[in-house]
Design a protein around this ligand. Structure first.
Ligand code: PEP
Ligand code: MG
Length: 571
């Protein structure tokens, strides 16, 4: 039997492969040396090699992903070539007579710590970049040449303390069987990327557990259960191979649902849509034949870069998505930064409670330049498809009115300037703050649609931080308070005659599908690879029967009991 480690299941699927462990720079001990000249030579070679790597990465990425996405490598290139930084490291090496890697580590840690103390979040984020660059140089010094993320061989399971944006950008998805990280939750940057690339991932295993991960060892990652097995026995490998076989067979069978309408057993039409983070995810959406896009997390266009995307760049991204969906509904959410989604160049201050702070619509209504640019791009792109614009984190009618007021001003501006824009765009809001659910009758009168964001609605309703692994058991969609809020929101939306969807992770939980359909949700939006599974489940679900059991379910008080009852309610 291999040794077992448990983490958070963040991206479904099973991967079996050989471990590659991304060393974090934080484990470098100070070691003294005598051959100073030899160390300096090694150091200079590593600086030059790192610069070559970064230049190549910059050119490759620019070609494939465009200038804006490649800029991070250019910034890192400038840092590694910085004479002052290099000289400081050489001086430290000579003064303390330590190895080249100790000197890089110590100097970069000192500089990073200095940046971290600064007020501006932009400067604090530079600490991350410094560590990223230092880690690259240290890897080269340690001759971990084989460990270029872009060159990891097929059959690799990648383990790391955390994956930075520049790390994830380098991965070749086909070669990565699984991802394991010490920190990070189901809504972290790395989790969203793993999901959209379809890589099984388990996160939040803790730093201690990661210490037991030996490179080259065989490992099994079950991204559906959160189980990791190190050095599995032949029997375990066989067991998981057969599970993979079942998954593959299932996805083969699911192809029968491609091109079909999403209908329940009793003939009701539902909309099963997909969530995306960038136009790169469209391939998965089309492959899985989603009925639309229920959530385009547009803030990802703003992340991992040095400046905000221009109106033109955004217009192209939105237009690409709308055209690819050929008239199917596309819900684009306006930028939802803040919380765990940091955008350094927007100069947001460090906050005590970022999830309760200056985020999403709250930021957009104050820093209107960014918001206006995005809305102009959306209004223009709307001409090319079936666009619905959605505002995140709405907690009052005033915020909604202000946002819509800005839209009206921009429509006038575009019309005065003779620029084409769509007058048919629909406007909706996310219901992800309990205050919004509680006044959903009032909000429903002023929008075209709702979409329920359970990821945040759970955290705000139950007062449970969605990133905190210690209280993860409280973070459950089976809390009766959550289900009652959802039910109430659907009833209020329908009374006002508007449709209501759901785009939080609960929408992709097949066990909850029957109760959501019984409540009357019109649309469920999930990771693209769940869409066909959801279509199959809908085809097997008798919603009339589920409706007859709804009242009884809403009276169950304990989340555990409720979970069991919901899972067996259609039996
Ligand atoms: C949600 O809160 O449910 C949601 C879909 O938004 P995000 O996960 O991006 O906060
Ligand atoms: Mg949210």
């Amino acid at each position: 039997m291999g040794s077992a480690v448990k983490g958070l299941a963040v991206s479904q699927g099973i991967g079996i492969g050989k471990l590659a462990v991304l060393e974090s720079a934080s484990v470098i001990e100070k070691n003294e040396v005598t051959d100073i000249a030899g160390e300096i030579l090694k150091l200079d070679e590593a600086f030059a090699d790192a610069a070559d790597q970064l230049e190549r990465l910059y050119n490759e990425k620019r070609e494939v992903l465009g200038e804006e996405n490649a800029m991070i490598f250019q910034a890192h290139l400038l840092m590694v070539q910085d004479e002052i930084w290099q000289e400081a490291i050489r001086n430290l090496l000579k003064k303390e007579k330590v190895s080249a890697e100790s000197a890089v580590y110590e100097e970069s840690e000192n500089t990073a710590a200095m940046f971290e103390k600064l007020e501006s979040e932009y400067m604090q984020e530079r600490a991350h970049d410094i560590r990223d660059v230092a880690r690259r140089v240290i890897r080269l010094l340690r001759n971990e040449e084989a460990f270029k993320l872009s060159e990891l061989p097929s059959g690799t399971v990648l383990a790391a303390e955390d994956l930075t944006p520049s790390d994830t950008a380098q991965l070749i998805p086909e070669n990565i069987e699984g991802i394991v990280t010490a920190i990070g939750g189901s809504t972290s940057h790395a989790a969203i990327i793993a999901n959209s690339l379809g890589i099984p991932a388990v996160m939040g295993v803790g730093k201690k557990a990661l210490e037991g991960f030996m490179k080259g060892a065989t490992v099994i990652v079950d991204g559906g259960s959160g189980d990791i097995i190190l050095d599995p026995s032949e029997v375990e490998i066989e067991l998981y191979r057969s599970k993979i076989g079942e998954i593959e067979q299932e996805s083969e069978l699911l192809k029968a649902y491609k091109g079909k309408e999403s209908l329940t057993l009793d003939g009701r039409k539902v909309e099963l849509a997909a969530n995306i983070a960038s136009p790169d995810d469209l391939k998965n959406v089309i492959e899985n034949d989603a009925d639309g896009i229920g959530l385009f997390r547009s803030e990802f266009l703003f992340m991992d870069r040095k400046t905000a995307p221009s109106e033109e760049e955004q217009y192209i991204a939105y237009r690409t998505v709308l055209e690819a969906m050929g008239g199917k509904p596309v819900i684009i959410r306006t930028m939802d930064i803040g919380g765990d989604k940091k955008v350094p160049y927007l100069n947001m201050e460090e906050e005590m409670n970022p999830f309760l702070g200056y985020r999403a619509i709250r930021y957009c209504l104050k820093e209107q330049d960014v918001f206006r640019t995005q809305l102009r791009a959306l209004l223009r792109a709307g001409v090319h498809g079936n666009l619905k614009v959605m505002f995140p984190m709405i907690s009052s009618v005033q915020e909604l009115r202000m946002a819509k007021g800005i839209v009206r001003e921009l429509e006038k501006e575009l019309s005065d300037d003779g620029i084409a824009y769509s007058e048919k765009v629909q406007y909706g809001i996310m219901i992800e703050v309990p205050a919004a659910a509680l006044v959903s009758d009032l909000l429903a009168k002023e929008v075209d649609f709702f979409s329920i964001g359970t990821n945040d609605l759970i955290q705000y309703t139950v007062a449970v931080d969605r990133m905190n692994a210690h209280i993860a058991e409280l973070y459950t969609p089976y809390n009766p308070a959550l289900l009652r809020l959802i039910h109430m929101t659907v009833e209020n939306a329908h009374k006002a005659g508007i449709p209501v969807g759901m785009c939080g992770s609960a929408a992709g939980d097949l066990d909850l599908q029957a109760i959501f359909l019984a409540m009357g949700l019109d649309e469920l939006s999930m990771a693209p690879r769940l869409v066909l599974k959801a279509r199959k489940r809908a085809a097997e679900t008798d919603v009339t029967l589920a409706e007859s059991r709804l009242a009884e379910m809403l009276m169950i008080a304990e989340p555990d009991v409720l979970e069991d009852r919901i899972k067996s309610m259609m039996l």
